[in-house]
Design a binder for this molecule. Structure first.
Ligand SMILES: Nc1ncnc2c1ncn2[C@@H]1O[C@H](COP(=O)(O)OP(=O)(O)OP(=O)(O)O)[C@@H](O)[C@H]1O
Ligand SMILES: [Mg+2]
Length: 462
């Protein structure tokens, strides 16, 4: 915690450092004057230790679910969270899996976990607790600290979602157009191109800030994504990383931290793009924590609290108060064994305002992004299209649906040109549409995707 002496020591350097130091001093004074230090209250002692959870006696009468604690392990203190309160003990899950306290070790209350983002966080990579990971020096906290887990704005006070935007991915901008403040899921099995598509969307120029949460993904992919796919576009991006090898507490926290950062920028009036890769790994982490808290599994091993945490997290994205900024949320959903109706995918699909389905068969043909156009829907598409575009896209969707449903017939040679003019048109035009929709991360973003599509179709007709 900053002390007045720390702050004064910093004021001798540059004007920016002085400004940050004064910001920190203001935050410090506000915190100290508004509430007693969070490190007060009744502590306890460790009474049971296992790999998944730690039981503590002596805090049951004062601890609340979700409270933070500090545990002594060897010479250091480790942070944990109260995940269950029983009459005789509380259960604590540490944020660092290596924290294994001895029996009788002291545990102290530490208030709710809070983060304090600031505009200086853009271009930086942080962990789920908001600590820098990129070796670019300390991260200056902002003036306001907020809990990572906050309720969404009240439904009746939120602005309406009706202003279209461009993601820079042509197949989405034409067939599944989005609006500022919309929440969309990208559903696919493993290795079909979710992360690549999300990384392409971070380049969208319509947003002031991009917040990217990488929860439960491979450590190798993090640098690949930041340094290759998103290279040179990081100056307006805050990245929150909790890789698959981190504790379930960190993986569960990362999307919440990213959402809190997005809320901070939204409340400053900015249009924020929040990307979470992947929300399924968040659900897996929430399942691990809930099972450690002794909740019974109800659906495919998922305890009930997972299904209440999902909408709570997803509802926080969306528009802010009337006239303010927005959070446009894009969430990747890893569907279990390519079964699009598994309970987590179902729960997520029901909460979001649209879904894009990626298909393994399309990826196998080498067609990327492997978007299944007939299976993908944006519930707010009418705001993203002009009436002429809507008419055109409806016609093209009809052609694509016809082309796909006759694929097997055509493969066995049962198709003859001249019998069905609509099918003839589909056979001529759809491969061309598919070709124009192909896009790799290194391709420049099209300035007018409709124009490109029209030009390609015209060329085919001549
Ligand atoms: N737009 C694209 N252009 C070219 N190749 C692509 C594209 N999208 C995906 N690929 C190919 O598909 C592979 C898998 O993509 P990606 O890692 O994005 O899938 P994923 O669905 O995120 O996988 P996982 O479920 O394992 O996280 C990439 O390594 C790349 O070869
Ligand atoms: Mg991925």
């Amino acid at each position: 915690m900053a002390t007045v002496a720390d702050v004064l020591a910093e004021t001798g350097s540059s004007p920016i450092a002085r400004h940050h130091a004064l910001e920190r001093l203001a935050a410090f004074v506000r915190r100290e004057c508004a509430a007693p230090s969070p490190v007060v209250g009744v502590g306890g002692t460790v009474s049971d230790v296992s790999r998944s959870v730690i039981a503590v006696r002596g805090m049951s009468q004062t601890a609340m679910l979700g409270d933070g604690v500090l545990m002594r392990c060897g010479d250091g203190f480790y942070r944990g969270e109260v995940i269950r309160v029983a009459e005789s003990h509380v259960l604590i899950k540490p944020f660092d899996d290596r924290a294994v306290p001895a029996l009788g070790a002291p545990v102290f209350p530490d208030g709710t976990l809070r983060i304090a983002p600031s505009p200086g966080w853009k271009g930086r990579v942080v962990d789920a607790l908001g600590m820098p990971l990129d070796g670019k020096g300390p991260l200056m906290p902002g003036c306001e600290s907020m809990p990572a887990d906050r309720p969404p704005p009240a439904a009746m006070r939120r602005a309406r979602v009706d202003k279209g935007l461009r993601t820079g991915v042509n197949v989405i901008d034409i067939f599944v157009p989005m609006c500022f403040g919309q929440r969309l899921g990208i559903f696919a099995g493993s290795g079909v191109g979710k992360s690549t598509l999300l990384a392409m969307m971070t380049k969208a120029t319509d947003f002031d800030t991009v917040v990217l949460a990488l929860a439960g993904e491979r450590g190798r992919e993090v640098r690949d994504m930041l340094e290759d796919t998103m290279a040179g576009k990081l100056e307006k991006t805050v990245t929150v990383v909790a890789t698959g090898d981190e504790s379930p507490m960190m993986r569960r926290l990362a999307p919440n931290t990213a959402t809190a950062i997005a809320e901070y920028f939204r409340d400053r009036g900015e249009n924020v793009l929040l990307i979470v890769d992947s929300i399924t790994r968040f659900a897996h982490a929430a399942r691990e924590v809930a099972i450690a808290a002794e909740e019974p599994p109800v659906s495919r091993g998922y305890p009930p609290s997972v299904f209440s945490q999902l909408p709570r997290l997803l509802e926080r994205a969306g528009p802010g108060l009337e006239g303010g900024g927005t959070i446009t949320g894009i969430y990747s959903v890893l569907v279990d064994g390519d079964d699009h109706n598994d309970p987590v995918s179902d729960a997520i699909r029901g909460t979001l305002d649209g879904h894009i389905v990626l298909d393994r068969g399309i990826a196998a043909q080498g067609r990327f992004p492997a978007v299944d156009i007939p299976g993908s829907v944006s519930r707010l598409a009418q705001h993203g299209w002009t009436p002429e575009q809507k008419k055109l896209v409806t016609q093209l969707r009809g052609l694509i649906a016809r082309f796909e449903e006759t694929r097997d017939l055509r493969a066995i040679g049962a198709y003859q040109a001249g019998n069905d003019s609509f099918l003839d048109q589909a056979v001529t035009l759809v491969p061309k549409i598919y070709e124009v929709m192909q896009q790799t991360p290194d391709m420049p973003v099209s300035t007018d995707p409709y124009n490109d599509l029209a030009a390609a179709l015209r060329k085919e007709n001549t």
